[in-house]
Design a protein around this ligand. Structure first.
Ligand code: AMP
Length: 214
């Protein structure tokens, strides 16, 4: 089973993908995480990607599709949970081609629906551990010790692209580039919208019921 999870920035893709990949035993691929790891390691791909990520722009399709090709080898046997990829219809087409070449396809594309005001609240308050990547929120899920990760004790920071000046650009990029995926997957009969606001456990249950009844 191959599942695409998509939605605007701050919709909860990372949180839900972690739960879903564990529950369904799928290989979790987050292009955002792969790019951030490359940026942290200062690889040539990371240095190139940083120019786009820090501005809230999309990294060129050829770069992310290359990353997906590598992950496909790891996930093709067990199935994949794609988080943040595809981000536009041409990436979706590239994904279809890659999967079809292996005799597979996307089984379901789940869209996480969250109001813009809630997205802004989530993104501006989001903090992440600089070491293990655990996520927090200054008001909704604060760390036990100020500025330190509950899990590993390392420093908790704000992602550069979660700064208010960048967030508006990310939301605009989403509206223009990613939102058309709804139509792309609807035409294929694979689109399901799930309400992404409220308790993450309830959102998780709603996604599972959509997956189980597909
Ligand atoms: P995310 O963690 O999914 O919010 O992604 C963070 C940033 O990484 C995005 O704002 C983009 O700059 C970049 N990115 C992640 N996935 C993709 C993708 N599929 N295509 C292009 N850029 C991406």
């Amino acid at each position: 089973m191959n599942i695409v999870l998509f939605g605007p920035p701050g919709a909860g893709k990372g949180t839900q993908s972690a739960l879903l990949s564990k529950h369904y035993n799928l290989h979790h691929v987050s292009t955002g995480d792969l790019l951030r790891n490359a940026m942290k390691a200062n690889t040539s791909l990371g240095i190139e990607a940083k120019k786009f990520v820090d501005k809230g722009a999309l990294v060129p399709d050829s770069v992310v599709t290359g990353l997906i090709k590598e992950e496909l080898q790891k996930g093709i046997g067990v199935g994949m949970l794609l988080d943040g990829f595809p981000r536009n219809p041409s990436q979706a087409q590239a994904l279809d081609e890659l999967l079809n070449a292996e005799g597979k396809n996307v089984d379901q594309a789940i869209f996480l629906e969250v109001d813009k005001s809630e997205l802004l609240n989530r993104l501006t308050g989001r903090r992440v551990c600089s070491s293990c990547g655990a996520t927090y929120h200054v008001k909704l899920k604060p760390t036990k010790t100020e500025g330190r990760c509950d899990l590993c004790g390392e420093k908790v920071v704000q992602r550069p692209d979660d700064q208010e000046s960048v967030i508006s650009n990310r939301l605009e990029v989403y509206d223009q580039s990613t939102s058309p995926l709804k139509e792309y997957f609807s035409k294929q009969g694979k689109f399901v919208a799930v309400k992404g606001s409220g308790d993450p456990k309830d959102v998780f249950r709603a996604i599972c019921s959509a997956v189980d009844s597909r």
